[in-house]
Design a protein around this ligand. Sequence first.
Ligand code: AHR
Length: 614
Amino acid sequence: AITVDPATQGARIDRTMYGVFFEDINRAADGGLYAELVQNRSFEYTTDDNKSYTPLTAWTVTGGAQVVDDDGRLNARNRNYLSLDAGSAVTNSGYNTGIRVEDGKKYDFSVWARAAGRTALTVSLQDSGGALATARQVAVKKNGWARYRATFTATRTSSAGRLTVATADAAALDMVSLFPRDTYQHEPNGLREDLAEKIAALHPGFVRFPGGCLVNTGSMQDYSEDSGYQRKRSYQWKDTVGPVETRATNSNFWGYNQSYGLGYYEYFRFAEDIGAMPLPVVPALVTGCGQNKAVDDDALLKRHIQDTLDLIEFANGPVTSKWGGLRAEMGHPKPFHLTHIEVGNEENLPAAFFARFTQFRAAIQAKYPYMQVISNSGPDDSGTTFDTAWQLNKDAKVDMVDEHYYNSPQWFLQNNDRYDSYDRSGPKVFVGEYASGGNTFKNGLAEAAYMTGLERNADVVKLASYAPLFANEDYVQWSPDMVWFNNHASWGSANYEVQKLFMNNVGDRVVPSTATGTPSLLAPITGAVGLSTWNTSAAYDDVKVTDADGNTLLTDDFSGDAGQWTHTGGGSWAVQDGQYVETSDTAENTMVQAGDPSWHDYDLHVKAVKKSGK
Ligand code: AHR
């Protein structure tokens, strides 16, 4: 029996308790959440970034063209441009399979261009089957850089589109861009709608960004410091704001390039659009994630501390301030209401980290006493480094400590009581990254069970986010992930459904309860797995399952009128090692299988089919 005394009030649960953690890992940003369809739009890829890259990665030239870096460049942070010979053309292949366009939808093309005389650009969209839209003419009118635009309306749907820019006379091109008109909430320089909607549907309390290892690895120097045009830089917010054509490309810890088109302004705007608290992470001048080095450069540390103060001014400062003014220029005069900031990520050198963290915190709280400055406890959930970090956090009376753990489902089930014994007078806890090692139902269930322990301890655990959030199925470097996608579809995992359930049902208070008796063991899940639908009305006859393109995968009869079930896929299934395994092969089973590597090829749409005449 479970006994609940409604008169006893437990801990208050903050509305912000469950959130999301976005990191550009698994190509989650460019070719993912950031809606830009052109890859390497500014010809900035280099072999130093990644051995497979050149300045013409994702481009093919017909005729003559050279990538040029000279005084005629667009600006100091966008150094390369393409010099295209008269009568030549250049074609971009987009990300993964190509450029995704949908029949009837609008796509906005833009390019920075200049030509010695006037020239006409012909811009077209096509795939191997021919044109995907009517080609557009763009007149380049001057010998100085200017931005030119055109709009396409797609006449077919394709995930393998190509964008071609051809020129009659010689022309220089940079920042060749194609955006779907339908970005999330129609924001300019916006986000891919289905991916943003999946996050929005969670109703997250906060968005932690931009990393992760992305933040505290690589050079801590600025793009142009030491005249080296630093690549492989840690994520530094000033690189990512202002007009997109002035944001220098970077190669990141996860081995590929970031355009920074999705930058700090876009993160703040997205958090605001979905009603979530923004929670940025800045580097603490300790290089983590296996590299474990402290950066000993006092001037650089001071610069990063000042950058962090400037970040707060960018988020909250008046429009008359330098950085608040930039925010206003970018389109958001009102503040973003930043209240929490994290310094450092998973730091493995507690003493070196604390020597730097305390300087950040002192400077931040001197200027912005209301800011909560979040520290961390390193990469492990226990051990000497963890204990040392926690002791330092307690001694320094830190507001909140970020803990990360990636463990087995068993660990999550066995550690439900982890926070029952945490010191109530010490720092609060932010579980900034956690996952139980898989995307199966069993993992989701173990995480759900664990989250009841987080919630029971809502007086100590203030924030929690599953990690990582996104994976592009063609570039998976970390799995499991909460939401998966390719060029034309996205799908949430079992873990996503668990997060959605908790985030959409955040209670006000914990109601203390006690349980007696021995719960019976759950039987292992075996047998039929299928799709069941309940007929609510006599007007409906069948249930139809289609894929994303509307092709019927099956139609099943309701066995009677209203108040009847229909079942599909009722073949033989078993759970082995936490995966659903198909043990008999019928078309129906193949369609609805979960846990199999091919399951996500199906984007299923279930429709009730009306009886004729009703
Ligand atoms: O979430 C993936 C990685 O796991 C993060 O970048 C890092 O913080 C952790 O090690």
